[in-house]
Design a protein around this ligand. Structure first.
Ligand SMILES: *Cc1c(COP(=O)(O)O)cnc(C)c1O
Length: 494
């Protein structure tokens, strides 16, 4: 049975209230005097009237329908839906951080600047690079900035004509989108049989027009590109720069550093790898680290330390690409990342990645007898199965994902990366206990058997969730984002 939650706007009854204010003893200015008459509402807004308990129950009921990493495993490949320790929330909500105002004088925010100064150093150490900016608000924002840095670098050398960015066909969609937004032409590099970038194609396509190459390593197949040193050599020899999409760095912490692999620019997603809850659309942070040579182009402001140990914001940097965000980034996210890095330390960070990789390989070993594995290699922190075998039984990957909801588990990423037919991309993360990994494996194995024996049940799933299959295309093309009262030109409920 599907339980329905009535719309808040259609609940309640006239006269119900959450609470009442005491009568106001301050003389009121009549509305007609305070506002021009054309701004005044002629009829009262048709708002619902509800008691406090009705409102509380409405939202708590809605929240119980939601799935979250605090409820169960959330194996969304590429997205790193790890558990975020609550200590990070406490750190970010300390009054000294939470009540800061961006217009406060520098002397009064020394603690915040010190935290940013050290976080920059930590991220540079993890990246194997020289300086970083913490201001970008998301991974894609970091990518855009990284490409602006590539452009500034080439222009400074009189090579502003370089117009192409090489990107593998396994790339996250934001990579080509960011390159295009920055005015670059995207040159696609196919993957080879082992799932890495085809080195011969890189050699063929790198040349005098190459501005740079963007790569995730391990890539979105969860595979480490074994040719990275050779790829870096080819791109650098052609005069281009290497950009590392480190949105998901969960496989490399304390093990390998993009700077050592030959990358010149790296962005991290603090909201994936460094423990800010995400998935609801923000806030996030996509810091960008660069080589010594590129540091002069980083956006303003940077956080600097004076010889006397005090900190300040440097806004006068003549070669900077400018400002890319208001103020200093999403500071609360920076606090969480700082707390996470300090709590774990270098050994703890390394263990994060070791466990992330171990968990992924455990699941891969359990699942590979039941699903096709297009690139049969040991994986890093995630792996990509193909639902080809199930498709032959008329069961698509989307059906498998929907059926998983009946088992009480959030679906993995599906149909990405695009180069895998019926892709199922699983990233368990390091924070899951063995029982949760087994529950996911058991459920997927059970669904693979259902696809053989009872495909109709899988095809019509989910059967137990509050809503069944939605028309996702219509929802994306014609989103209904606002409630309208009946008779006001829109459906009252959807
Ligand atoms: C999530 C992700 C991004 C984009 O990050 P946003 O913060 O969502 O903009 C880019 N690349 C990869 C590989 C990612 O997983």
């Amino acid at each position: 049975m599907r339980e329905t939650v009535p719309l808040l706007f259609e609940s309640g009854a006239p006269g119900r209230r959450g609470f009442r204010f005491a009568p106001c003893d301050v003389p009121e200015i009549p509305l007609e005097e305070a506002l021009p008459p054309e701004s005044l509402r002629r009829e009262p807004a048709p708002l619902p009237e509800l008691s406090e308990v009705e409102v509380i129950r409405h939202y708590v009921r809605l929240s119980r329908r939601n799935y979250a990493v605090d409820v169960g495993i959330y194996p969304l490949g590429s997205c790193t839906m790890k558990y975020n320790p609550k200590a990070g929330e406490e750190a970010a909500s300390l009054p000294g951080f939470r009540r800061l105002h961006p217009y406060q004088p520098e002397e009064s925010v020394q603690g915040a600047l010190e935290l940013m100064y050290h976080l920059e150093r930590f991220l540079c150490e993890i990246a194997g690079l020289h300086r970083a900016t913490l201001t970008p608000a998301a991974g894609a924002h970091g990518e855009l900035l990284g490409l602006m840095l590539i452009r500034a670098y080439h222009e400074s050398r009189g090579e502003g004509h370089r117009s192409e960015i090489l990107i593998p066909d396994s790339a996250h969609g934001t990579n080509p989108a960011s390159a295009a937004m920055c005015g670059y032409r995207v040159v696609e590099i196919p993957s080879d049989a082992r799932g890495g970038m085809d080195l011969e194609e890189v050699k063929r396509k790198a040349g005098p027009n190459t501005a740079g190459l963007m790569l995730t390593n391990p890539n979105t197949l969860g595979l480490f590109d074994e040719n990275i040193a050779a790829i870096a050599q080819v791109v650098h020899d052609a005069g281009g720069l290497l950009y590392y999409d480190g949105a998901n760095a969960n496989a490399i912490l304390g093990i390998s550093r993009p700077g050592d692999m030959g990358f010149d620019i790296v962005h991290f997603n603090l909201h994936k790898t460094f423990s800010t809850p995400h998935g609801g659309g923000g806030p996030g942070a996509g810091p960008v680290a660069v080589t010594q040579e590129l540091a002069r182009f980083l956006p303003v402001p940077t956080v600097e330390r004076r010889p006397d140990g005090t900190f300040y914001l440097e806004r006068h940097r003549p070669e900077a690409v400018g400002r890319i965000r208001s103020f200093y980034g999403n500071f609360g996210v920076l606090v969480r990342a700082y707390a996470y890095i300090r709590a774990l330390g270098p050994d703890g960070l390394r263990r994060v990645s070791e466990h992330a990789v171990l968990h992924a390989n455990y699941l891969l070993a359990r699942l590979s007898p039941y699903f096709d594995l297009p690139y049969p290699r040991r994986c890093m922190h995630e792996f990509v199965l193909s639902g080809r075998r199930q498709k032959e039984r008329g069961v698509r990957t989307v059906d498998v994902a929907k059926r998983l909801l009946d088992y009480g588990i959030h679906a993995p990423t599906i149909y990405f990366p695009l180069i895998v037919d019926e892709a199922i991309m699983i990233e368990p993360t390091e924070t899951e206990p063995l029982e949760a990994l087994d529950a996911l494996a058991d459920a997927l194995i059970a669904i693979a058997k259902e696809a053989e024996e009872d495909p109709e049940t899988v095809r019509t799933a989910p059967h137990t969730t509050p809503v069944g299959r939605l028309d996702e295309t219509r929802a994306a093309r014609h989103p209904v984002l606002r409630w309208r009262p009946p008779g006001d030109g829109g459906p009252a409920s959807v």
